[in-house]
Design a protein around this ligand. Structure first.
Ligand SMILES: *Cc1c(COP(=O)(O)O)cnc(C)c1O
Length: 360
């Protein structure tokens, strides 16, 4: 069986060593006589997996003591509602920066619960850049400022952390989680769905500063109440056990290659290979502001919808799959998350160069 290079935006590739390890441990996890999928989440053996996953997460990302690490469900999209329910509790105001579809969805959801303001939006330019924001742009009375750090669909990312003064900054990092070091102390909360970079779908990791917890609206469902989840060590109900276990294996893999500094270096080399090719190509074009380019999601077009479709089809036949852009924007997108090997990007660039020649 030949494995393909999967450029999907999510669910996406996992490191082969992780999959092999999971396969080896499938029928009998460490002498327990069960797979991790089958064991009670309250059993000693699973509690150890959960505790290790949290401690690895803290170690790899450098999460300070005064932050909680929560392993939740519902995907990133559920947090769009959980965030205002838990934190729009002071002046009932929040500031949102719109840099793509996911921040817009988060904003619309939060509007149901209070007074949300759009601080800036790059919509007029089809979300091709990240607005430069200063402290004075934010409302000092806001309960929080919300950003989407890496814009999966458009291929942009923040190259700076906005200074929001005393207002806590919240970030959706779904598509850049653990792709490079991050200064957690600059954020009140960061969160992401696992299926982009850290594991299978079903797990959502929320990292939140402890002092912000405890003031959720009284009608907040328990399942969306971060304080309640934190008080129960993310086991208010059955957690996504198997996804947590795979996340642990991914964290061990990141550690084994040298942690997030090494991860960033690998990702930067892969992204440079692809962007350098795009910049020199006469056929393919990347349309986002150069300094806001994402290392994780690289978008490009030929300028012809027909050629785009032909490219996607022929690439698929060559074992380079899921290169079609998001249905809302068209074109192509190569998601080159942590687990995409350098050779995958190399193959893609070779294929693009040949396609360019053949279709000149
Ligand atoms: C994929 C994605 C989402 C949505 O994630 P779900 O887990 O499907 O809800 C939200 N934000 C970003 C940045 C994403 O990439």
């Amino acid at each position: 069986m030949a494995r393909v290079y999967n450029f999907s935006a999510g669910p996406s590739m996992l490191p082969e060593s992780v999959l092999n390890r999971a396969a080896a441990e499938m029928l009998d996890y460490k002498g327990s006589g069960q797979s991790v999928m089958e064991m009670s989440h309250r059993s000693k053996v699973f509690m150890e997996i959960a505790a290790e996953t949290e401690s690895l997460f803290r170690e790899v990302l450098g999460v300070p003591e005064n932050y909680k690490v929560l392993f939740l469900q519902g995907g990133a999209s559920t947090q769009f509602a959980a965030i205002p329910l838990n934190f729009m509790n002071g002046n009932k105001k929040a500031d949102y920066v719109l840099t793509g579809q996911f921040s817009t969805k988060a904003y619309k959801e939060a509007c149901k619960y209070g007074d949300c303001r759009v601080v800036a939006s790059s919509k007029e330019d089809t979300f091709s850049y990240i607005p430069k924001l200063e402290k004075s742009d934010f409302d000092p009375e806001a309960d929080y400022v919300y950003v989407c750090y890496n814009n999966t669909i458009y291929g942009t990312t923040y190259n700076y952390v906005p200074d929001t003064g005393d207002v806590p900054l919240f970030a959706d990092v779904s598509s850049c989680f653990l792709s490079e070091p991050m200064d957690v102390t600059k954020f009140g909360l960061i969160y992401g769905g696992a299926q982009k970079n850290i594991g299978p779908a079903g797990l959502t990791v929320v990292i939140v500063r402890e002092d912000l917890l405890g003031n959720a609206r009284d009608y907040t469902p328990s399942m969306l109440n971060y304080k309640e989840m934190a008080d129960n060590d993310s086991m208010y109900n059955t957690p996504p056990c198997y996804s947590i276990y795979i996340c642990k294996l991914v964290l061990e893999w990141i550690k084994s290659i040298g942690g997030l500094e090494a991860m960033k270096e690998r990702n930067a080399v892969k992204a440079k290979l692809l962007y350098d090719f795009l910049d020199s190509s006469k056929l393919f074009k990347n349309g986002v502001n150069k300094e806001d380019r994402s290392m994780m999601n690289v978008t490009f077009v030929t300028g012809s919808e027909e050629l785009d479709a032909k490219f996607v089809k022929e690439a698929t036949e060559a074992g380079l799959v899921n290169l079609k852009g998001h249905r809302s924007v068209g074109g192509m997108r190569a998601s080159i998350y942590n687990a995409m090997p350098y050779e995958g990007v190399e193959k893609l660039v070779e294929f693009m160069a040949q396609f360019e020649k053949d279709n000149a």
